[in-house]
Design a protein. Structure first.
Lengths: 320, 334, 323
């Protein structure tokens, strides 16, 4: 390391580069390393592939709607194909996945809903993880009354039957997509994830570098913000993946019960088939199968990504 | 000590320092059970000098170190320090005053792998005391960090400044820890076994570094260690602790050449000597170290002492007394 | 002339990792007589623990012995199959691991754990005789035999270390390897344990390989010393010789950097640099980047491990003159 045999002029001293730029470069470098590690795991790659596949839907749908597909026929919410006498119609060249009982193209519905599924999942997951991380860090750090309060709250949230709460919520609020995302996020945030993140925060709290920060003069806020939370972030990110999984599944269930005020979603597609009496009609498979398969696959995809991340995060947590 | 040497003022004066931990675990622990980790100790360190605090596990040396940097709050006693010309009792400081005090007292920790936040760069770690104490702007801090990196031997600073701890070796990490401790130019540094987790060939380098920096910057040290050989090289004064009490204190060479307390004698004779032909005497000590829980009011060393007499059992732990020439011993029989 | 219980010839062992091939042990040779004690001293990463694991054939999957021989009572264990090695392990050669106190299973009584080891080697005839044997082992290592029926958490650190030594002795091995057995112990406890280990070794006429980074402990406990650096044996010979006349610059540097409470307070010498990366070790002599006496040949060719007579072996192009 001491031997520097350069024939090229020395690189610009890192001191001359503004600090924020250095930090950006470091972030970029660590991102690349993490991605490389992630890419070694087939589980993760399968998950990412599935997510990418569904992501394509969100891009392709507007293209199709503006080019090949006739707006009146293929609109996922208000479309109607008058040319076909009986709906739901089985798959054909015109409707690759057939039509639903209201005459709307199933494939179009599927693709269009993907966007809301993604938004719902990610917003709910983000909200829940931000809440869980903040509360986890604070309760672990302070202990005492705050700790007891939030832990008992978490116990209550876990104990209460999840679906029942959501049903009650639907009575109290008009459950549009943003409202639903928020509620799922809050419920998730105060529940089990908090406990997991808190226990991780407890292990961080007793580390020597926290003592060192205190000796340097760091106050509670400084230590929580700059030491505890950054070390929780890998775990938070991991649980975000699992939270997406939960959010999408919850939406599907609520839609199935007709409790939501959303224009179109996969759960709603199943609901439509259900109230039209086609739920158990396996002859008309295109009414249930594509939607439920999509739900399962997208949920599974995020779970797989989470598992792959888990394998990166845990050994490194151990190593460090 | 030569006659025309300036008698330095004590920088740190500890009196009656006591730290008790309530024992809450165990099936039969009552609420009145306490661990007497530090059980009333007195010592002082003069400006620019160093004191080695030596003891085995359970002696209370690490707890003492933590009390001096206020990572722990004393149960009773005083820690008087002279900062900016004023003498203050550190044990009583709170809030903003405590934060201000922290600028003058820093700590170097034992484990170089644990004392650095793995997610922060070397720059962030060393600059942290500056940031928290509000010293300098970003540019000034970068310059300071670079300067101290060079000072601790991590040159050129460019290559080290934005590395992460896992990209450094143990010795390098400890140098970063030293830089962090010194960047605010403290008057007093507590070093808690800073070399015990390092490889032998690296240890000496760190020891030399710390000595040089102490001389250069006029820093006063409290050096905590279990290794008497290391203590010999790091400080000119030595205090031996046992079960929360100081049993002997004098200049290092004096203690090593003429140990007076039976524990010190046993400790010295137990240290392995790197010479195959050296015949060590068997340490004159019996039993094993007890846990300092609710110690009975007698000499703490009574149950292990080869010289133990009635007077040792009937009276509380003997006070530290000067037996001549600044050599303090806590023993009734010396 | 006592017999040679162990002879290691040109042992080379590498680990395959994602980052590359780690040459952990390279061309290491030494021998051990019956009843003799030998120390392996060096810093972290020098390969001393790897050598121990190679001797026991307790290597992880990614480790390969690339060449060399390990003659245990004449049998070359390098080529031995696992089933056959299992018979030798613990009964001919056993090991006290580093932080051995953590090797005790907390949910079983200590005596039962030793019993299990003996059972695996078919040394249990009756429960009664086995328990008597364990009791005598306990006494041998300085433990109250009643402790046999207690759990590890009821023991202190020093006691646990003794229990693990008893376990290693349970099948009457010819050789016992002790890997830093006293590192985590206080100095007074360490002293007692070291004295007992020396006595034990003499009493059982057992050979011992003592691994440590602490040259003071090695000086007191062992008759012969092997100094290892970066996977190579730098110097080997009788303890007295090595301390009085260190020939390898690393050995000399190591000794000069060790503080002592005895004698004059002398200047400590610090070795510059760091131990090398074993994936890309320096060319030639691995110590050359840190060696104050290095010349060109040192960076080009790896020095041979030479017998300089008087039970003193060195691997160096410029061994220091005895002065």
């Amino acid at each position: 390391m001491a031997e520097l045999t350069q024939s090229t002029p020395p690189a610009k001293s890192v001191l001359e580069i503004p600090l924020w730029q250095v930090r950006l470069r470091l972030l970029w470098r660590s991102l690349k390393t993490n991605l490389a590690l992630f890419a070694e795991n087939p589980i993760g790659l399968v998950g990412v592939a599935i997510i990418a596949f569904f992501f394509m839907f969100t891009i392709i749908h507007p293209i199709l709607m503006n080019t090949v597909w006739d707006k009146n026929t293929y609109d996922p919410v208000v479309g109607y194909d008058a040319e076909i006498p009986f709906h739901p119609a089985p798959p054909s060249a015109k409707h690759i996945l057939g039509t639903d009982p209201l005459g709307r193209d199933v494939l179009s519905q599927l693709m269009w809903s993907t966007r809301s599924e993604f938004i719902l999942g990610l917003v709910a997951a983000l909200v829940s993880v931000v809440i869980a991380t903040t509360i986890g860090a604070i309760t672990a750090y302070y202990g005492g009354f705050i700790d007891n309060f939030f832990m008992r709250l978490a116990d209550i949230v876990i104990m209460l039957p999840y679906i029942s709460i959501l049903i009650v919520m639907s009575a109290l609020f008009d459950l549009t997509l943003p409202v639903l995302a928020l509620i799922l996020g809050i419920l998730g945030g105060f529940g089990g994830t908090t406990i997991i993140i808190k226990s991780q925060a407890l292990t961080i709290k007793v580390r020597t570098y926290i003592e060192a920060a205190r000796v340097a003069g760091g106050g509670d806020f400084h230590i929580i913000l700059r030491h505890i939370i950054p070390n929780l972030m890998p775990l938070s990110f991991l649980y975000m993946m699992f939270a997406v999984n939960g959010a999408i599944a919850s939406e599907a269930v609520l839609s199935f019960f007709g409790l939501l005020n959303i224009r179109m979603s996969w759960g709603l597609m199943i609901y439509t088939s259900s109230y039209s009496g086609y739920l158990l009609d396996f002859q008309k498979w295109w009414l249930i199968f594509p939607a439920s398969l999509s739900i399962s696959m997208l949920c599974a995809a995020f779970y797989l990504v989470g598992r792959a991340m888990d394998e990166i995060i845990n050994p490194r947590l151990r190593k460090r | 000590m030569c006659a025309d040497e300036v008698v330095r003022e004590p920088l740190v004066q500890v009196e009656g320092l006591r730290k008790l931990f309530p024992l809450t675990s165990g099936l039969f622990a009552r609420s009145s059970d306490y661990i007497h980790a530090v059980d009333g100790i007195n010592f002082s360190i003069r400006d620019g000098e160093s004191l080695a605090l030596v003891g085995e596990s359970g002696s209370g040396k690490t707890t003492t170190g933590k009390l001096l940097v206020r990572l722990l709050d004393p149960t009773s006693g005083s820690i008087r320090m002279r900062i900016d010309g004023y003498e203050r009792d550190i044990a009583k400081l709170r809030g903003a005053e405590l934060k201000g005090y922290r600028r003058h007292v820093q700590m170097i920790f034992q484990d170089p792998y644990e004392s650095l936040n793995p997610r922060r760069t070397v720059y962030d770690t060393i600059a942290e005391p500056l940031v928290v104490q509000g010293i300098g702007d970003i540019a000034e801090r970068e310059q300071l960090v670079a300067h101290y990196l060079e000072l601790v031997g991590l040159a050129p600073p460019d290559t080290f400044m934005f590395r992460f701890p896992h990209e450094l070796s143990g010795g390098q990490r400890q140098r970063v820890a030293i830089a962090r401790a010194l960047v605010v130019v403290p008057s007093f540094v507590v070093a808690d076994e800073p070399t015990s987790m390092l490889d032998v060939s690296i240890r000496t380098g760190i020891m030399h570094l710390m000595q040089n920096l102490a001389d250069q910057m006029g820093v006063t040290y409290l050096y905590i260690t279990h290794d008497l050989a290391v203590a010999r090289y790091m400080s000119n004064n030595l205090a031996v602790m046992y079960l929360g009490k100081i049993v002997e204190q004098a200049e290092t060479e004096e203690v090593l050449a003429k140990p007076l307390h039976p524990y010190t004698k046993a400790l010295l004779s137990a240290v392995p000597v790197p010479d195959p032909e050296f015949k060590r005497s068997i340490p004159d000590i019996k039993g094993s170290i007890a846990k300092p829980i609710n110690p009975p009011p007698r000499c703490r060393f009574f149950d292990r002492c080869p010289l133990a007499e009635k007077v040792c059992e009937e009276n509380d732990h003997p006070p530290l007394e000067d037996k001549g020439g600044g050599h303090y011993v806590a023993c009734y029989l010396v | 002339m006592s017999e040679t219980v162990l002879r290691v010839d040109d042992l080379t062992m590498h680990y395959t990792t994602r980052a590359g091939e780690v040459s952990a042990v390279n061309n290491v040779s030494f021998s051990l007589q019956r009843g003799q004690s030998m120390g392996l001293v060096g810093e972290s990463g020098c390969g001393k623990t790897s050598v121990a694991f190679s001797l026991m054939k307790l290597l992880p999957d990614n480790a390969h012995i690339k060449q060399g021989h390990i003659y245990l009572n004449g049998t070359d264990v390098v080529s031995l199959r696992e089933e056959d090695m299992r018979k030798l392990r613990w009964s001919k050669i056993s090991m006290v691991f580093q932080a051995a106190m953590n090797a005790l299973n907390p949910v079983y009584k200590v005596g039962d754990q030793i019993l299990e080891a003996m059972e695996t080697h078919g040394l249990v005839e009756t429960l009664q005789s086995a328990r008597e044997h364990i009791a005598s082992l306990f006494e041998l290592v300085g433990l109250d035999p009643k402790l046999m029926d207690q759990y590890p958490h009821e023991y202190s650190g020093g006691m646990r270390q003794r229990a693990v030594i008893a376990m290693a002795l349970s099948c009457n091995p010819d050789i016992i390897i002790a890997d830093e057995p006293t590192t985590a112990l206080d100095v007074i406890v360490q002293d007692a344990l070291l004295r007992e280990m020396i006595e034990l070794q003499k009493k059982l006429n057992m050979s011992m390989i003592y691994i440590s980074h602490d040259i003071a402990v090695i000086a007191e406990v062992t008759e012969r010393i092997g100094v290892m650096y970066a996977g190579r044996m730098a110097e080997f010979g009788s303890a007295v010789e090595i301390f009085k006349h260190p020939l390898h610059p690393y050995t000399f540097g190591l000794m000069s950097s060790f503080p002592s409470i005895v004698g004059e307070k002398r200047e400590l010498v610090s070795l510059p640099g760091e131990p090398p990366d074993l994936i890309n070790p320096p060319s030639g002599c691995r110590f050359h980047p840190r060696c104050p006496y290095a010349t060109e040949i040192c960076s080009q060719q790896d020095p041979e491990f030479k017998d300089l007579g008087g039970d003193h072996y060195v691997a160096c192009w410029h061994p220091l003159e005895a002065n």
